[in-house]
Design a binder for this molecule. Sequence first.
Ligand code: GLY
Length: 376
Amino acid sequence: MIAIIGGGICGLAIGWRLAQEGFSVTIVDKGKAGMEASWAAAGMLAPLIEAEHAEEMLLPLAIESRKRWPQFAAELENFTGINVDYRTEGTLQIALHRDDQEALEHRYSFFKKNNFEIEKLSGSQVKALQPHLSHNVTGGILSPEDHQVDNRLVVSALLKAFKKAGGILHENTEVDEICTNNGRVNGICMGGEKVVVEHLVLSAGAWSRNIPGIPKDARPPVRPLKGQMLALEMPSKMPLLDHVIWGPGNAIVSNIYLVPKSDGRLIIGATVEEMGYDTRITCGGLFELLRAGWEVLPSIYDLPVLSSWAGLRPASRDDAPILGPSGVDGLTIATGHHRNGILLAPITASEITAYITNQKVSPLIKPFQLNRFQKP
Ligand code: GLY
């Protein structure tokens, strides 16, 4: 039996793929599956627009996963009958001031130099595309292939797919300890009982380093990075946007994003805060989100607020995911997806499944192994 600790989008997608391959798979989640970072996310599939400075190493993996998303979404929808609202309008990053414009031009040159599909727009072209944006827009870059999906629907669909493929799910179940024998993982203890496993996948997001029993060198260096977000209700007859918009942020909102959903929600995110496991909503967080959101799209002023929440990104030491062997026999790692868990779910699922099946690390995930943090 293969056990997966963590029923977030990556754990569920890996579980679904492994079950499809005929393995007997159990997922154990300390709470309700899919209700942490996977639920808190905005569902952007935007490797180009979301690329951060010095993250070039991540781009090939992220772009390959983006390429796999349409097929992944279609397969999930066909298998479960759940529509995951995959939307293809694209993502638009805008500038509101001269400094943002310079940063935008710099990004554009980088993408162009590397032959990525990206289009530069003037302020008036941006306004023609999304007329409700601020009159202060000085320009934009459009990434037509950076799509989006409804992450909460994806989680519901994956839960159904995993179970339909024969997977077993234990929710509200803490793993008390991972058991090893002669340096090999051979079981997990939960509820006072030891369950024998042939293989274990650690995919517990921001909690991945805390599970007792993981040998010290195999502990993934992952910490929680808080993101506060909120949802507004767009007028049903006049959604204010159809593209995903990225705009300039401030001290705790490095970039503001506005993500229109087909059910009428307009999601605004997100703060980036080192607050441990604290998921409380703060006045400052909401204030900065609303202020930056309003500067980009002034008409949010009149919209009803539907909800607010905070999620914990599993951030590794270099912000890239940790995928593949752990150095301990029988233990595979799939965590540390930071800002990109939704985007990277298809590739994480297929490459981890391939690794467990044939014990070969694919060239795609080779740079993302735990051994990059381990001392030689
Ligand atoms: N991927 C969006 C965020 O982490 O805020």
